[in-house]
Design a protein around this ligand. Structure first.
Ligand code: NAD
Length: 456
């Protein structure tokens, strides 16, 4: 029996013992995980540096700190969330009591990408633990150092029949997907998401798909250009643009484009200096394939500033493309690099149509002081989540569910929503024994009259 099959079998048996059920057990496991991560914090920072050249600040702010916050939130809220919840009962089932009970799903598979390799593995894992599940974790093979470290940490803390981690590429992924799980939690590209969903459908396994796509930014004439440029540059160049919710492209009114580009240039210069390729704060591109792909996108549009790169360090300087046409290669795929195309619109309706004519994005950002414009964009465009006058930060609030819609994903998680995602809500009606209304039983005679009064 292959190791994956064997592990899943053992996890199934372990789950059936009921060991993962007690809330105290789940809390203990979460705390154990957090304590160990704290101890290994320097190693985690080092691994993220090795894989993606993240600075220690960025590693903490966008990966480690988010995992700590999530675990703390779950530990604090798990007891009240898992409690039975009473709901009112309709008169037709008088004198019953109705309530819901949360139960773990069982055996969960978590597959994660390389761009935030630590956070995007550990946050779902924390949700799976809090939900009372067992888990098999499969991080990306491209973020080698972080994946190896996470496997080591998981194996030092948990027995494989509870939580197991596997490294590997295509073969491992394919073999893991042969198993029958109670949930597959997948984070990655829409293309692989389709493969995962198709495989899961064979066994009616539910999936959460956290995918990506091209997330637009609207900048209208009322926007505070300086602040817009600063927050836009921050969200775009974070992790060298390799962020699922990174602003992918900007739609701005004609009068705004030039001042915005000037301001972006200034802000990027302040953040990464006039020689950004030498900046320790600018992460590198994950591998040569992506490095070449992004360079190709830059080469086929007009460059307003930036465009330099260094093959040896795999760094690409913050780059603004302008003017950009809808047909340019950079507008045909998710950029996933430090490159921001600027497109102009004549009317806000044109810009809204532009977004609505494409796949539903994971994030959408609006920079504006005009409430009417913001409301119009929000009511007409469908997207996973977003910010007004900022970028990316919506995913840092554990009280907000995080996920996509349509091509950018299905299902969501973070905080309370993770507890919902990794559990099933059972509905129970407890009937009274002292009364048994005869209306539902045959012979019905003229009981329909009474039924009509009760059910309307
Ligand atoms: P990817 O889809 O190539 O890989 C994701 C995971 O799937 C990895 O663990 C990989 O090993 C595995 N995988 C690859 N091919 C597979 C196959 N044929 N069958 C089964 N599993 C397979 O994605 P990536 O390149 O690692 O990450 C980038 C993408 O992920 C972008 O589209 C980005 O927007 C998206 N993303 C989304 C989120 C989110 O939270 N919504 C977060 C980060 C990244």
């Amino acid at each position: 029996m292959a190791i994956y099959e064997e592990t899943l079998k053992k996890q199934r048996e372990y789950f059936r013992t009921g060991a993962t059920l007690p809330i105290e057990f789940r809390k203990r496991m979460l705390i154990k995980l957090k304590d160990e991560l704290r101890k290994r914090e320097d190693d985690i920072i080092r691994a993220l540096g090795e894989d993606l050249g993240k600075s220690d600040f960025e590693a903490y702010a966008t990966e480690i700190g988010i995992v700590y916050g999530e675990i703390s939130y779950l530990v604090k809220h798990i007891s009240s969330f898992m409690r039975k919840k009473k709901v009112p009962s309709p008169i037709t089932i008088f004198k019953a009591t109705s309530y819901t009970i949360r139960e773990p799903l069982g055996n969960v598979l978590i597959m994660s990408p390389w761009n935030y390799p630590f956070q995007l593995t550990m946050v779902p894992l924390a949700g799976a633990i809090a939900g009372g599940n067992t888990a098999i974790v499969k991080p990306s093979r491209y973020s080698k150092a972080t994946s190896k470290l996470m496997k080591e940490i998981i194996e030092s803390l948990f027995p494989p029949e509870y939580i197991a981690a596997f490294e590997g590429g295509h073969e491992t992924n394919t073999a893991l997907l042969e198993g029958k799980y109670d949930l597959i939690f997948f984070t990655g590209s829409p293309n692989v998401g389709k493969i995962v969903a198709a495989k899961a459908a064979e066994t009616l396994t539910p999936t959460v798909l956290e995918l990506g796509g091209k997330s637009p930014v609207f900048v209208d004439e009322s926007a505070d250009i300086k602040l817009t440029a600063r927050r836009l540059a921050w969200g775009k160049f974070l992790n060298a643009g390799q962020t699922c919710v990174a602003p992918d492209y900007v739609l701005c009114s004609r009068s705004t484009a030039k001042p915005l580009i000037e301001a972006l240039k200034e802000e990027a210069g302040k953040m990464f200096s006039s020689t950004p390729l030498g900046s320790d704060d600018l992460p590198k591109i994950i591998n040569e394939r992506h490095f070449e792909r992004i360079k190709g996108l830059i080469a086929s549009s007009a460059i307003a500033f930036g465009g330099d790169s260094d093959k040896d360090t795999r760094k690409i300087a913050p780059t603004i493309l302008y003017p950009v046409r809808e047909t340019d290669p950079v507008m045909q795929e998710e950029i996933f690099g430090p490159v921001l195309p600027i497109l102009e619109y004549d009317t806000l309706s044109d810009a809204i149509d532009f977004v609505r004519n494409r796949e539903k994005p994971l994030a959408l950002y609006v920079f504006s002081r005009n409430r009417e414009n913001i409301e119009r964009i929000h009511s007409l465009c469908s997207f996973g989540g977003g910010c007004i006058n900022d970028t990316v930060v919506h995913l840092s609030n554990p009280r907000l569910p995080f996920g996509g819609v349509g091509n950018s994903g299905m299902g969501s998680y973070h905080g309370k929503r993770s507890l919902e995602t990794f559990t099933h809500q059972k509905s129970i009606v407890k009937e009274a024994l002292w009364i048994d209304l005869p209306v539902r039983y045959a012979p019905f005679g003229r009981k329909i009259k009474l039924l009509r009064m009760l059910m309307r």
